[in-house]
Design a protein around this ligand. Structure first.
Ligand code: PEP
Length: 250
């Protein structure tokens, strides 16, 4: 039985003070030992360390939104996996479509980040997803398979990996993939992973869905056999909405 995982991706929202308020509220709801699923929040880099302190007593996993593929050096503006691990992060989100679209994160770059983050002891949420043009062009499966295969090139152990399927056309648009559409892609990702790492590893792998998940659609999505929780953007900025989604998974 896979333990579901719900992570709030706060993106470039909230000052440090706002982040602390939101994190404190969520920590009070999540508490300790009461939920059957895993819960994470991903504030901006600036707020990460302070948020870590206010959620430390709770079961919430501190999550980063990105990292660099080197540990140190002349990479102005970047933050390394080693720094994140030392600041108390458990997870890092890599290959988010916004990183792929606006910041040049190709499959090769994402793969370097994945390897470095795992090496530094972080758990990785590897995001994959097709654009609307790709879906309409009938190439969803080959795009996703490419992102999984190339993103995991050279990775021998996937026990610290989560994959997030996030159709680009459903992120922040209010359009959600139907539960059947999402399930189809999740099953195909699991089959790809089985081909790469064997049946047992693929059955243990958690695959989150992301893309306009809301309290109103979370129960149906999380009820699908290969959907093991969600990566939540907009709805994670509101405690009541985020907790309703968390409870749909727990
Ligand atoms: C995301 O950014 O990972 C995401 C799924 O965003 P939203 O829930 O706002 O679509």
């Amino acid at each position: 039985m896979r333990r579901k995982i719900v992570v709030g991706n706060w993106k470039m929202n909230n000052t440090v003070a706002e982040s602390l308020d939101l994190a404190t509220e969520i920590a009070e709801k999540v508490g300790t030992g009461s939920l059957s699923c895993e819960v994470g929040i991903a504030p901006s880099f600036l707020a990460l360390h302070e948020v870590g302190k206010v959620i430390e007593w709770s079961d919430i996993r501190l999550t980063a939104q990105n990292c660099h593929y080197e540990n140190d050096g002349a990479f102005t503006g970047e933050v390394s996996a080693r720094m994140l691990a030392a600041s108390g992060c458990s997870y890092v989100i890599l290959g988010h479509s916004e990183r792929r679209q606006y910041f040049g994160d190709t499959n090769i770059v994402v793969n370097r980040k994945v390897k470095k983050a795992l090496e530094e002891g972080l758990k990785v949420i590897l995001c994959v997803g097709e654009t609307l043009e790709e879906r309409e062009g009938g190439v969803t499966e080959s795009i996703i398979t490419g992102q999984v295969v190339e993103g995991l090139s050279g990775v021998s152990d996937i026990s610290n990996l989560v994959i997030a399927y996030e159709p680009v056309w459903a992120i922040g648009t209010g359009k959600t993939a139907s539960s059947a559409q999402a399930q189809e892609v999740h099953a195909s990702i699991r089959a790809t992973v089985a081909g790469l790492y064997g049946q047992q590893a693929s059955e243990h792998l958690r695959i989150q869905y992301g893309g306009s998940v809301k309290p109103s659609n979370a129960v149906e999505l999380f009820g699908m056999p290969d959907i093991d929780g969600g990566l939540i953007g907009g709805a994670s900025l509101n405690t009541a909405d985020f907790m309703a989604i968390v409870l749909a998974a727990c």
